[in-house]
Design a protein around this ligand. Structure first.
Ligand code: EPZ
Length: 431
């Protein structure tokens, strides 16, 4: 299984990318990692069988299925389909699995909703910056739950009269995606009307709500800042197909912009990608949209741009590193300001090792485009920074060696196979 950390030498895998190939052809976009993770967690809310299609084969989704199994659920996986039957569920999530993936925190809401209690370890730090959980805990308290943090664990308990309240999820960096997910999943089985103000509007939040509604939940307003939930007594099993991964799709669009002749994405949701499609066309790259396909061609006169990451529907922070890699070899000065994770620039020193001219001023990267980057051994760090290094290697002179490949396998399904099918010179080797 991809990203199986129990493979002794898995951690030594690296990717060799040799620039110079012209990419051409179709790439089929996988199901969304950031939609599949909370939807898998939501299967804990019913004892019936749930069937989830288009779950990408990633180490993150594998971790989530392991967590569900460790909580007592019966889990089966057949390629992109996962079947979950959570007849009896424990309320304590296992530390050794939870500590490996921050997104595990999204089992908190369903455990509370199903069992009336949740014990989940505090997520560890993360290279993209501070990852607090205060908004999750504040929201659950506003819902009426008792919340305590002790010994590195969050302990949430349902109390009499819980629910039927107004909860505000807004923080200094805008709304919280997984926080909104947790509150929705905690509230669907709580009596009364719960209103979530300042909710995240990401398509993945809406996809989770659509799955919960299929299970019998009463939810209105998902995809807007205000979500209204009418509690129901119980939820039943459901079948659901996860939406396309807009960030994987965007990453391959940048591959086409950097090294394409012409790359077409299939089975994606262009309506979820408007902010960065506009940024790409504003930078001179011809983009055409037809149904669930998007084609990007090489630009005659590419130019830099100005980006400011924002909560959806603004420019997504998860596409910031990929655009930094693009702008590194585009004429002119580009400026990228990261408002969601101000420290999310682990890719910058590695891109500069490849000859990029990027300076950081606080949460702003100022990029002076150079004619071409040079291949070099670089170190992957977080998921999107690692993808940015692969993209940079596609357009660089010579060979780029990307170490710690497990970062990429967390969020990109078979990225080397997909790039090779486009004509890229990419090889996965064991160090
Ligand atoms: C989700 O993380 C995504 N992960 C992230 O994608 C994505 O970058 C992020 O949303 C923002 O879009 C998944 O969906 C699994 P947040 P999440 O809570 O929900 C602050 C990737 O590359 N905040 O929306 O954990 C936080 O520090 C990953 O696929 C608080 O202050 O992010 C940040 O500044 C990386 N208190 C902002 O809110 C809290 O309690 C947005 O974070 C929670 C968050």
């Amino acid at each position: 299984m991809v990203g199986d950390p129990h493979f002794p030498d898995y951690f030594m895998h690296k990717l060799l990318v040799t620039g110079g190939s012209l990419l051409e052809g179709d790439v089929y976009v996988s199901g969304s990692k950031n939609s599949a993770l909370p939807i898998l967690a939501a299967t804990l809310l019913t004892r019936d069988q749930c069937v989830i299609h288009r779950v990408p084969d990633l180490s993150d989704t594998n971790y989530m299925t392991q967590i569900l199994a460790s909580l007592g659920a019966h889990v089966e996986r057949a390629s992109g389909t996962v079947m979950v039957e959570a007849e009896d569920v424990k309320s304590e999530a296992p530390y050794d699995l939870v500590r490996r993936m921050r997104a595990s925190i999204c089992v908190m809401g369903p455990l509370l909703g199903r069992t009336g209690e949740a014990m989940v370890s505090l997520p560890g730090g993360c290279v993209i910056g501070d990852r607090p959980v205060d908004l999750h805990l504040r929201g659950l308290e506003q819902l009426g739950a008792s919340v305590s943090v002790q010994g590195g664990n969050m302990h949430i308990k349902a109390v009499e009269g819980m629910g039927g309240r107004e909860v505000n999820m807004r923080g200094k960096h805008g709304s919280t995606v997984l926080g909104t997910d947790n509150l929705m999943m905690a509230a669907v089985l709580v009596p009364g009307t719960t209103v979530i103000e300042g909710a995240a509007m990401e398509p993945e939040v809406e996809d989770l709500a659509n799955f919960l509604i299929r299970m019998g939940a009463k939810i209105e307003g998902a995809g807007t800042r205000r979500i209204v939930i009418e509690g129901v007594r119980e939820l039943h099993g459901a079948e659901h197909t996860v939406i396309a991964d807009r960030i994987e799709a965007g990453t391959f669009l940048i591959a086409g912009a950097i090294a394409g002749k012409r790359v077409t994405l299939r089975r994606c949701c262009p309506e979820h990608m408007t902010a960065f499609l506009k940024t790409l066309t504003d930078s001179g790259y011809p983009v055409t949209v037809e149904g669930d396909s998007i084609t990007v061609s090489r630009a005659d006169n590419p130019r830099g741009g100005e980006i400011r990451t924002e909560p959806y529907p603004g420019f997504p922070t998860d596409m910031q590193a990929q655009f930094t890699a693009l702008y590194a070899s585009v004429p002119g000065i580009s400026v990228i300001t990261e408002t969601i994770f101000p420290q999310r620039f682990m890719h910058v020193p590695e891109l500069n090792r490849m000859g990029a001219q990027i300076t950081l001023e606080g949460a702003t990267a100022v990029i002076k485009g150079v004619p071409q980057l040079s291949g070099a051994p670089v170190m992957a760090s977080d998921l999107r920074a690692s993808a940015a290094l692969v993209l940079a290697g596609l357009g660089a002179e010579g060979e780029t060696e990307i170490n710690r490949l497990y970062h990429i396998d967390r969020g990109y399904e078979h990225i080397d196979d997909k790039l090779s099918r486009l004509g890229a010179n990419v090889r996965r080797v064991k160090a």
